[in-house]
Design a protein around this ligand. Structure first.
Ligand code: IPD
Ligand code: CA
Length: 276
């Protein structure tokens, strides 16, 4: 008999295993984290990234006969006889730099999709590994934080808004002209350093928007946050206001604007005049 997997249960099990398996890598006074090579997404790979990925794969193999893993670290790996039956998109540790320095803002991000496309993601989990706070969503079932339903902010005034803005780029001079009007009009700009979690902050209404138009973020970092935000009532589009989609591939980059509500989204789009 072919029963449908209970994705919420599987994702929560993955989270528990990651939490347990990253313990030895938590910052201690002398701990060094050697670079183990380059991950599929192009960034240096640290022991904690691999330990978290291994923890997720262990749980997936326990629950599923077949799946395709799309990971920022090991790339695309097919498991079982029919690996195209689902795609599991993983950023084992989002915010590795924060983790290594002991900055309390890093997460695990896992999304599940029927096809290798962002628009077909149907289950998601992002867990704040420092504060032990977990965001989940199943398509059509709303978004939750530690089991409680969450909804985005309905604030529409930029002057009062808290907006996350990722300017972490060597090409900031090229981006700055497009986002300077937004910065000038926004009351409070933030960047915490783990974009999966920053999308969940918009989903929960802790911030009003999150903007990443660098063209540097991998789709693996935001696939889960994308569904959680949408299920919480938020809006996420390309910087030109088009519906967002991308191939779920570890090297695929993406630019987006995510907002708590349509009215604020229109205001931000009007200010971020990016021609991609
Ligand atoms: C990073 C974080 C960070 C963003 C970087 C990402 P990683 O993810 O999301 O906020 O500025 O572009 O690479 O590399 O720690 O998974
Ligand atoms: Ca990562």
């Amino acid at each position: 008999m072919n029963t449908r997997p209970d994705w919420l249960e599987i994702l929560l099990h993955c989270k528990e295993n990651v939490k347990a398996k990253i313990q030895p890598y938590l910052k201690t006074e002398l701990a060094e984290q050697p670079v183990l090579g380059t991950g599929a997404g192009g960034d240096p790979m640290k022991p904690v990234d691999l330990a978290a990925e291994k923890a997720i794969v262990e749980v997936l193999e326990h629950h599923l006969n077949a799946f395709t893993l799309v990971s920022e670290e090991s790339g695309v790996t097919k498991f079982g006889m029919n690996p195209a039956q689902c795609y599991v998109i993983v950023d084992p540790i989002d915010g590795t730099t924060n983790f290594i320095r002991g900055l309390p803002f890093y997460a695990t991000s896992i999304a599940v999709s029927t096809m290798p496309l962002l628009s077909t993601v149907f289950a998601a989990l992002v867990t704040d590994l420092f504060h032990d706070t977990t965001y989940t969503a199943i398509k059509g079932g709303g978004a939750h934080c530690d089991g409680k339903r969450i909804a985005t902010s309905q604030l529409t005034t930029l002057e009062d808004a808290v907006i996350g803005l990722d300017l972490n780029s060597y090409k900031v001079k090229a981006i700055a002209p497009y986002i300077s009007d937004l910065i000038e009009r926004t009351g409070h700009v933030r960047h915490f350093g783990a974009n999966a979690l920053e999308l969940c902050y918009v989903a929960e209404g802790l911030t009003e928007a999150f903007v990443d138009v660098r063209g540097k973020l991998r789709v693996t970092d935001m696939a889960a946050g994308y569904l959680i935000l949408k299920e919480a009532g938020g809006v996420i589009t390309s910087p030109e206001g088009k519906a967002l989609d991308a191939t779920l591939d570890p090297v695929q980059k993406i630019k987006f604007i995510a907002s708590g509500n349509k009215q604020l989204h229109r205001k931000i789009l009007g200010l971020v005049r990016l021609k991609c």
